[in-house]
Design a binder for this molecule. Sequence first.
Ligand code: SAH
Length: 242
Amino acid sequence: MAWYCSGSTNAELVENLFNEGLIKDERVKEAMMKVDRAHYAPSRPYSDSPQPIGHGATISAPHMHGHACEYLINYLRPGSRVLDIGSGSGYLTHVLANLATDSTSPDTNGGHIVGVEHIPELVDLANRNMSKSEQGRKFLESGRVKFVAADGRLGWKEGGPYDVIHVGAAAEELHPVLVEQLRCPGRMFIPVESGNGGGVLGSLGVGGGQYIWVVDKKEDGSIHKEKVFQVSYVPLTDAPKK
Ligand code: SAH
């Protein structure tokens, strides 16, 4: 946990994350500087902790957003295609859109970013949040960023294949359908539950917890998976019943 990175402004928060080494890449820093968290986490925007956004969902802590971008940065270039599953507030979708767009020539050199969220009210919220800044409005109006209401466990085939897939809620498995939607080369960042059902240790409830997995699809189509660190995310679930 890195609550001591909290700041009194967006710039201070991002600077603190950078000084503590939680963000290392200048491009990630710049992309986070350009998105005011107050548009996405109104109650305590510059606190380095998750915040409630309604409908039982939270915006993840800034250091988790930073970590995700750090792991994905080498796959994020102007023109990249990006899928953000469990897009919630829309904050990370906006940062990823910055990383997939050349800010000096956004019209000709911009990527396409799809945020998938299964609670329709949160899709509306993400659209409203992104509309609070001029840059966010441009992303939406140009169609470079769009939010869709769907079950993220199925990905979003029509926007792919993706250079980057970010999953913002814990999956039960490394859903093969998501790996299929990665480009060659492409990278997925996904929290996965472990220990529930898998093997003897799992059945004893030993070795559980959630871990971030980084899944790379290489140029030749081969897959490389790596378990990188332990986390605590809300689960990827069925949509709540009305
Ligand atoms: N990355 C976002 C939200 C993280 S919370 C942010 O930082 O703001 C995880 C989000 O995943 C919640 O908004 C939740 O509604 C969504 N979610 C959970 N299961 C889902 C599913 N099967 N498909 C799509 N979204 C899902």
